[in-house]
Design a protein around this ligand. Structure first.
Ligand code: ADP
Ligand code: ASP
Ligand code: MG
Length: 815
């Protein structure tokens, strides 16, 4: 015999019930089948709401009743042939009338007892099973409807009655053993007491009904048909990458379901476990999928962690105080009082000092528990031996589950470090004595991030998803997005990084898509986005609370630079080509570095110096490996290099600068480049990265520009002034040329002092042949003291800058 259970969503409407029939029919050649069904999806909730409204004397309950009636009658009409409709519809109506009378009773007396509530809630299953049974008969199946209340006997603990297995097994064996029909359709969830009162087995209890029947008849298999393809590695509604676990032990499945995997009602396992009956979880909408087998001897999996689950709406309750040490029986009294008040304890931690006990309970029980415990320890609290209990709500538990966890070391370390890296604060931890479970209590708002982080860590073969938030999509930003788009596949396959751009913003608009923005159509998406705002952008990033988040600043804005601290404090990495933050006052630079360390969030700005050239990274590696920087000499301005490479006695200085601007090598205001400000910022950053607390004002800058040019206020005036001082520039050129030297704008850092300025570079110097817009840096260190370490190459341009940002993203991903 087989037992098949179909959940609420599998029988939500006529169309779905037809799929159920197909599944049942495909087994028709087999032995007998017991078909246990839930209420049509949502009906139990509607019944509950109707009862609550009625008890509040709110007439609105009649509308809910109408909705319930309509759903059942419509479904029956759709399923049944006209010829047999009237008999069945009037039977359904009769049941609905009784239900209405019960609700009316609740309305009149203004309350529902738990006994009445069980009677009312059971109607969902009673009606659905009756309609489905009659539908099967009308389709020619050898089927009969049987009321489970005549088979499953319980005590009178309404709401969650306990099964009397001796009587139940006997009744089931007798009935199913003698019934001649091949298909028996029975309601899940409902049962009755020895006195004949209707009871229920607890919310989600239809699974349990099916398991009780399967155990009683020693079924060959218990099939749970639902709306997902098995028991997943994590709740598939929250973790997109979760997948169905092919094979899992009874104990693991029980642990997962206890810790919130709703796909299986926790008590379900007990009745089948004893007889070794396998449970097969299957998808009604995809019967071709393999599903999950829950059984004794599972095919071993190499993964120590089998699944991750969570329970929402938890609270922590802690009892502490110096008086705890030594007073015997405190724990005993503590747990007794909780049990007396029917408070279920989901998790316990006790410090070995015995100074405190901390338990996890359902949020709804929090006030009741607080009051009960404070009352029970009234004397100790008054005597100041114990403190009044401390409660904390809005929490959740996440748990790793697996039979093999005990034979693997370091799993909890991995779990907590993965959560910590993503700024998930852990309030309490517990490891089950069976070592089949490690649980952490966290804030409710972190659940999705925590589940995804843990899933990635334990199930995704080290593929790490990076969630990127990009501000600034101009020249550099656009190139950067193109590069990501081109490299996506490679990064995933070779570097195991799954790079997803989640948000884009320019100065007018911003656009978010937490499934990842399609980089082929990002411009259109951004145009249709919402109005931009730096604050709003940050708030949204924070609210999304995604793991491995990286904020990328491709702007030159000081307002954007001022927001980095906010990101870092939320463990969001910052990657930037904007030099403003790192060249601001030292205190701010060092604050950002500290936040980065404290919150485990990379802060990377390789492109601040020399665009994509690995200058800062090289410097960091030198310092980290214990080397000491004595001197840095560098040409760091692509624009100035271009200007002095092209300026000679055949052209005028002012024309060359114009040409540089026309070719895109200078800032819109060329004075920013020519005054040396940009180079000052760069050498400042290198000095700081070498370990020196320098300020911009400490840098010597002997400008080669005449004071009058420096004083101009408009770009036009600036050019005019350059032209007016033609001879000043000619002299600069001839002074150098007469000595066989070339002009280079050099930044230098030595003995803790930095300076920038134009220098005469002789033929044998490494700077002499520097072409076009190239940059060059010489590091003279303790290790590289005679021959400096040299980094040289294209140091400006959108393409190389974009690739430098890209490299920082990969660095952040690998940290
Ligand atoms: P039914 O109505 O068929 O009894 P339920 O809604 O009770 O179905 O259970 C199925 C749901 O359980 C899924 O739709 C999914 O949202 C949820 N769920 C939570 N955790 C898991 C998990 N680990 N694996 C599968 N489903 C899960
Ligand atoms: N209909 C009941 C509920 O919603 C039982 C079940 O579906 O398993 O809780
Ligand atoms: Mg269920």
């Amino acid at each position: 015999m087989k037992v098949l259970k179909f959940g609420g969503s599998s029988v939500a409407n006529a169309e779905r019930i037809k799929l159920v029939k197909k599944i049942v029919e495909s087994n028709a050649k087999d032995d007998k089948q017991i078909i246990v069904v839930s209420a049509f999806s949502g009906v139990t909730d509607l019944l509950l709401e109707a009862a609550e409204q009625a008890a509040l004397r709110n007439e609105g309950y009649t509308q809910i009743m109408e909705e319930i009636e309509k759903r059942h009658l419509d479904t029956a009409r759709e399923l049944l042939p006209v010829s047999s409709q009237s008999k069945i519809l009037s039977a359904v109506k009769r049941e609905l009338n009784t239900l209405e009378t019960l609700l009316e009773g609740a309305f009149l007396i203004g309350e529902t007892t738990s006994k009445l509530l069980d009677r009312i809630l059971g109607y969902g299953e009673l009606l659905s099973s009756y309609i489905i049974g009659e539908f099967f008969v009308s389709e020619g199946l050898d089927a009969i409807h049987k009321d489970s209340r005549t088979l499953i006997k319980t005590d009178e603990n309404y709401g969650r009655a306990a099964v009397d297995f001796t009587t139940t097994n006997h009744l089931c064996e007798t009935y199913f053993g003698t019934v001649t029909y091949k298909i028996i359709v029975a309601p899940g969830f409902v049962a009755s007491s020895a006195n004949g009162n209707s009871t229920t087995l607890g919310r989600g209890g239809s699974d349990y009904t099916a398991a009780i029947m399967a155990g009683a008849v020693n079924a060959s298999v218990l099939e749970i048909w639902t709306d997902v393809s098995g028991m997943y590695t994590a709740n598939p509604k929250l973790v997109k990458q979760a997948f169905a676990i092919p094979d899992i032990s009874y104990e693991e499945a029980m642990e997962l379901s206890h810790f919130g995997a709703k796909v299986l009602y926790p008590p379900t396992i007990q009745p089948v476990l004893m007889r070794g009956i396998p449970i097969h979880i299957r998808n009604t909408f995809h019967p071709e999928e393999k599903g999950t087998f829950i059984r004794k001897n599972t095919n071993g999996s190499s993964r120590p962690v089998r699944g991750i689950s969570h329970i929402d709406n938890m609270a922590l309750l802690s009892l502490e105080g110096s008086g705890m040490v030594g007073i015997s029986g405190i724990s005993k009294r503590f747990f007794e009082v909780l049990s007396l008040h029917n408070i279920n304890v989901a998790l316990i931690t006790q410090a070995s000092s015995e100074h405190s006990i901390c338990i996890g309970i359902a949020e709804k029980d929090m006030q009741k528990a607080e009051k009960a415990v404070n009352e029970a320890f009234e004397y100790e609290i008054a005597a100041k031996k114990l403190n009044p209990v401390i409660v904390e709500d809005h929490l959740a538990i996440v748990a790793l589950v697996g039979d093999n966890m005990k034979s693997h070391q370091g799993l909890s370390g991995k779990m907590f470090s993965a959560l910590g890296q993503n700024n998930v604060n852990i309030r309490a931890i517990a490891q089950g004595a069976s070592e089949r479970n490690i649980s952490a209590v966290i804030h409710k708002s972190d659940v999705k991030k925590a589940l995804n982080t843990l899933h990635e860590r334990f199930f995704e073969d080290n593929v790490k998803q990076l969630n990127i938030f990009v501000m600034g999509v101009g020249n550099v930003g656009e190139k950067f997005l193109n590069q990501i788009d081109r490299q996506k596949k490679y990064l995933k396959e070779k570097l195991r990084l799954n790079v997803r751009v989640v948000a884009l913003s320019n100065s007018r608009k911003m656009y978010f898509d937490d499934n990842g923005i399609d980089l082929k159509n990002w411009k259109e998406a951004l145009e249709n986005g919402e109005a931009a705002g730096k604050e709003k952008f940050f708030e949204k990033v924070k609210e999304l609370n995604l793991r491995n988040s990286i904020f990328v600043d491709n702007t030159a804005s000081d307002i954007v630079a001022a927001t980095y601290a906010d990101y870092l404090k939320n463990s969001i990495a910052v990657v930037t080509c904007n030099k403003i933050a790192c060249s601001s006052v030292f205190e701010h630079y060092s604050l950002l570095k500290d936040l980065s360390r404290k919150y485990n969030a990379p802060f990377l700005f390789e492109t601040n110096v020399g665009a994509g050239l690995p200058i800062i990274d090289t410097l960091k590696n030198l310092v980290a490996s214990g080397d000491k920087v004595n001197k840095i000499q560098a040409v760091l301005s692509g624009s100035l290099n271009f200007v002095f490479n092209n300026f000679n006695d055949k052209n005028s200085f002012n024309e060359v600068v114009k040409q540089a601007q026309a070719e895109g090598y200078t800032e819109p205001d060329p004075k920013i480049d020519l005054s040396g400000i940009d180079v000052m910022r760069k050498i400042l950053i290198l000095a700081r990265e070498s370990g020196y607390a320098l300020e911009i004002a400490d840098i010597e800058n002997e400008s080669f520009l005449p004071q009058e040019s420096l004083d101009t206020v408009s770009v036009d005036d600036f050019y005019k002034s350059l032209a007016d001082h033609k001879s000043h520039f000619e002299k600069i050129y001839t002074d150098a040329a007469s000595k066989g030297c070339r002009l280079k704008y050099v930044a230098q850092f030595e003995n803790g002092k930095a300076k920038v300025g134009l220098q005469h570079i002789p033929k044998d110097h490494p700077f002499y042949n520097l072409e076009g817009k190239d940059n060059i840096v010489l590091f003279f260190t303790e290790r590289y003291n005679e021959q400096p370490l040299l980094v040289k190459g294209a140091g400006a341009g959108a393409d190389v800058t974009a690739s430098g940002i890209f490299a920082d993203i990969i660095r952040a991903g690998n940290m």
